[in-house]
Write a protein that binds this ligand. Structure first.
Ligand code: FES
Ligand code: FES
Length: 266
């Protein structure tokens, strides 16, 4: 089955939401985070899991917390059949590791609940989990998790660079404008800002505190993390919130010529 960042397993989301509506009212000490397993990426930024080697994942209704060097931890779930889903494994409320119970992602600490795509169905968490692209090859029994997958309607990384032609992104000619998306070959949210004076800024869109995706705040003309309200300037500097302790957003060199804006990713 093929999955996408936006559309993965939508058919199961309603079932998750219904269960959340009848969710528990207090802590549930009998709910444990998914057991931990380790895996490595290949040179293309992909992880290949032979599912039969992970009994906690192989069983229907199972899940594992997957640690991959250089990446945030993942919650890999197996709701049934050949269906798998992959999201970030840390609750966006206060950072507890997540569990998978009866087809639903649940936080053992304060019972936030999420759909398999990471959308919040029960507070106190208010920000979604990050969903990752994954494909299950039933013939091989292999689950492929792609950390470098991106949006099909956004420029892809070519030879370590991203190009935003003014013909397609005319707004970048105007100071104060912003373009955002997940480039194929980078796999993470990226913002490109047209700054005053004809210069440009490109910053990673993942908060340095607990890895939540940030969003552009039109009112403040800056970047706001929905998880714990850290704020970042258009050049990635932290101005407020717990990210003051963890540092600025990753910044990339952005230059322009008459044809467009070039961002060096590597
Ligand atoms: S840390 Fe998950 S609900 Fe509080
Ligand atoms: S993840 Fe905590 S402020 Fe961003």
């Amino acid at each position: 089955m093929s999955t996408s960042r936006r559309g993965f397993l939508r058919g199961l989301a309603g079932a998750g939401a219904g269960a959340a509506a009848t969710g528990l009212a207090g802590c549930a000490p009998d709910i444990s985070p998914a057991p931990v397993a380790n895996a490595n990426k290949d040179d293309d930024g992909r992880v290949r899991l032979l599912v039969s080697r992970y009994p906690d994942l192989a069983r229907e209704g199972g899940a594992i917390t997957l640690r991959v060097p250089g990446e945030q931890n993942l919650l890999v779930t197996h709701p049934g059949g050949n269906q798998y889903a992959v999201v970030s494994s840390t609750c966006t409320h206060s950072g507890c590791p997540l569990a998978f119970e009866q087809g639903e992602i649940v936080c053992p600490c304060h019972l936030s609940r999420f759909t398999l795509q990471g959308q919040v169905t029960n507070p106190p968490a208010k920000a979604p989990l990050t969903a990752f692209v994954a494909r299950f090859d039933a013939d091989k029994g292999e689950l492929l998790i792609d950390f470098k997958a991106g949006d099909t309607d956004f420029p892809a990384v070519v030879d370590g660079k991203l190009f935003f032609p003014f013909s397609l992104y005319p707004q970048l000619r105007t100071a104060g404008s912003v373009v955002q998306g997940v480039p194929e070959g980078y796999g993470r949210l990226l913002f490109v800002f047209a700054l005053e004076g004809g210069t440009y800024s490109a910053v990673d869109g993942i908060c340095t505190h607990q890895q939540c995706p940030v969003s552009y705040d039109e009112a403040g003309r800056d970047l706001l993390c929905p998880c714990h309200d850290s704020r970042f300037t258009q050049t990635g500097e932290v101005t407020a919130g717990p990210a003051l302790a963890t540092g600025p957003l990753q910044r990339f060199t952005a230059t322009s010529d008459a044809s467009g804006v070039l961002v060096a990713i590597s």
